[in-house]
Write a protein that binds this ligand. Structure first.
Ligand code: ADP
Ligand code: MG
Length: 286
């Protein structure tokens, strides 16, 4: 039995782009190994802000006395406190980020002058011929599943947006990592292809006991694949203006058998879908 651990533990995190204007507040949040976590919420609720703060990409986290941000690199290592991460030496910072995370961004960020295969190989950092061979085999096998019959040697811009998005999945999953962070990675894929990409992601998470955090607008995809769903709510403040996005234990749902449990509720899939849809609707009318 693999050991499932809290890879990231956040308490009382506030993210802001401008001093005094919080964009997101996280009361309590654990990202677990062996779990596929989906982040849902209306546009502007703070989904990308959360992903970028977790992935140590953007310095929005505001230090407060009771704020903590712990990251456990592996099952056997002790947790690293990341509150002062942005004060670290730049080399140590980028080593931590590149060893722990793998990313899929909304834009595929491919190198335009090289082939699909070279693009997928570039981030795997093979140090020996054997490693290169292994990475090659891993990528070819994934490509056969997600893009059967597609030749991988053409220049990247010769492929469609949907194909490039699947290459981005393969590139991120083939790179050694402990946590995958993906921001709307299936936006250009039809439902069947989105599900195939998610199936492959889930297989990697379960097999390697990694974690994946996926921002998505697709509630169906989330309900079908997630072990945990984070709903970011964006309430109105006293003046009737939209306040910062909020993550509370009551809006983090984990699947237990066929129910979705939060700190204060236990919902069927249908009920959770209604809760999410209602939250998205109330935001969209603000
Ligand atoms: P989502 O990904 O859910 O659509 P974002 O995380 O992009 O939402 O945005 C959350 C809030 O933070 C919004 O109010 C947005 O306007 C603000 N925001 C996002 N990025 C920036 C930025 N670079 N500078 C200032 N404000 C930003
Ligand atoms: Mg976003």
């Amino acid at each position: 039995m693999t050991n499932l651990i809290d890879m990231i533990e956040v308490n009382n995190l506030t993210c802001e782009y401008a001093p005094g204007t919080p964009a997101l507040s996280v009361h309590e949040l654990n990202i677990r190994s062996g779990e596929l976590t989906f982040v849902v919420g209306a546009s502007g609720s703070g989904k990308s802000t959360l992903l970028e703060a977790l992935g140590l990409m953007t310095e929005t986290a505001r230090s407060t006395p009771d704020y903590s941000f712990k990251l456990k690199p592996t099952e056997d290592s002790s947790a690293v406190e990341l509150c002062d991460y942005w004060q670290w030496d730049a080399t140590k910072r980028s080593a931590m980020r590149s060893q722990f995370f793998s990313f899929i961004f909304q834009q595929e960020n491919m190198f335009k002058s090289v082939s699909a295969m070279e693009n997928m190989l570039l981030t795997t950092l093979q140090s020996s011929e054997r490693e290169e061979q292994e990475a090659n085999e891993r990528i070819t096998e994934m490509a056969q599943t997600l893009l059967p019959g597609v030749v991988l040697t053409k220049p990247i811009m010769a492929y469609s947006g949907g194909q490039r998005q699947r290459f981005a999945f393969i590139r991120a999953l083939a790179k050694p990592h402990r946590m995958l962070l993906a921001d709307e990675p299936t936006g250009n894929l039809d439902p069947l292809k989105a599900q195939e990409a998610m199936g492959m992601t889930k297989a990697v998470v379960k097999e390697k006991n990694t974690a994946a955090v996926i921002v998505s607008h697709d509630i169906q995809l989330a309900l079908k694949n997630a072990d945990c769903i984070i709903l970011i709510e964006k309430p109105l403040d006293a003046g009737g203006e939209p306040a910062a996005g909020q993550i509370e234990p009551s809006t983090v749902f984990r699947k237990k058998q066929d129910k979705w449990k939060s700190s204060n509720s236990e919902l069927t899939e249908k009920q959770l879908r209604a809760v999410i849809e209602q939250s998205l609707q109330s935001l969209n009318t603000q």
